[in-house]
Design a protein around this ligand. Structure first.
Ligand code: FAD
Length: 302
């Protein structure tokens, strides 16, 4: 496939940027992985429709990413078209307790808006560094709450170009999962959440408290992709990994954080293969000692 040629064609059709052979370490918080054949940043719905149509016409692989804070990109890179919605889709509209947000907006900025407007229920998300779209896909959560408790509806454009509105009960939310992780091949474009009136001062205090708890329990300055494994029922992946002595283990430049055993940090030039090897090795250690097979929370792209 002549990606430079496709890039020129697409570049003439859309307003957003098109990058050829783009290093994905620049677009992921873990800062590993090879290049994307084409990384495209649609500015809005018209751009997005054009990209999806082209991908279908040429029969090329297609995937969408948000802020890249929960993904592991392979060293071989990403084939086909990768869509990042972080340069468009930033709108937000507040009406009473209801907030309608375009999916490329950062979750942190929505938390700040909610706090300022005196709307409670989203403070748990203050330190989650992704987009609103990514947070819905992952049903992101912390401190005993998650997105499923505030999301009311989602709008998504299927890879075949059909715009669909999903009601809460159609989103298949579970622990760190949703229908978009399984079978729904679609780009989330808009999310409606509903929050309750609350005191801005109390909300601010809560955000500060959660941030302080993160500072003392999670790696701060290093490149990570958040929790590596989901917590098994009734237990904590971090505790199990710590018990088997995983903290500080290292393969190449990938290391199990000495601060929190469920985080892998990139010490500089880590390869995706090193991250995967560390994930598999520590998973095997937990399985051997506890008979529990941990399931990855990070999305391992192929
Ligand atoms: C320091 C740190 C702390 C973290 N803390 C938490 C935490 O407390 N709780 C938690 O749950 N997570 C946490 N995470 C993980 C991560 O931030 C969340 O999962 C976040 O919601 C992912 O959003 P994103 O935009 O970065 O998605 P990405 O990582 O870009 O993508 C994640 C998945 O969503 C899909 N996707 C993204 N956007 C769209 C879209 N618009 N339409 C369709 N599919 C899409 C991608 O294909 C991929 O499968 C943390 C990560 C880091 C680095």
């Amino acid at each position: 496939m002549d990606w430079a040629q496709i890039s020129r064609e697409l570049g003439a059709l859309i307003q957003g940027e098109v990058k050829v052979s783009e290093p994905m370490r620049k677009h992921t918080s873990l800062r590993v992985g090879g290049t994307a054949d084409l990384l495209v940043f649609p500015k809005g719905m018209a751009d997005l429709r054009t990209i999806l149509e082209l991908a279908q016409d040429r029969n090329v692989p297609l995937r969408v990413i948000g802020n890249g804070t929960n993904i592991l990109v392979p060293d071989e890179g990403l084939k086909g078209i990768t869509v990042s919605i972080t340069e468009g889709f930033k709108g937000i509209a507040v009406s009473g307790g209801r907030i309608s947000i375009e999916a490329g907006r950062s979750l942190g900025s929505v938390v700040r808006t909610a706090v300022t407007k005196g709307l409670g229920g989203l403070t748990f998300a203050g330190g989650i560094p992704g987009t609103v779209g990514g947070a819905v896909v992952m049903n992101a959560g912390a401190f005993g709450a998650d997105m499923s408790q505030v999301v009311k509806a989602v709008e998504a454009l299927s890879f075949t170009g059909r715009l669909k509105r999903y009601r809460l009960e159609e989103l298949g939310f579970g622990y760190r999962t949703s229908v978009f992780q399984d079978h729904e091949k679609a780009v989330i474009t808009r999310v409606a959440i509903e929050l309750e009136p609350a005191s801005p001062e109390e909300l601010r205090a809560q955000v500060r408290e959660y941030a302080a708890r993160r500072r003392t329990t999670q790696p701060q300055a290093e490149s990570t992709a958040g929790s590596v494994f989901r917590n098994p029922p009734g237990d904590s992946a971090g505790r199990l990994l710590e018990e088997v002595g995983a903290k500080g283990m290292r393969i190449g430049d990938a290391q199990i954080s000495p601060v929190h055993a469920n985080f892998i940090v990139n010490l500089g030039r880590a390869k995706s293969a090193e991250v995967k090897a560390l994930l598999e090795e520590t998973r095997a250690m937990v399985e051997k000692s506890f008979g529990i097979r941990l399931e990855p929370e990070i999305v391992i792209l192929s």
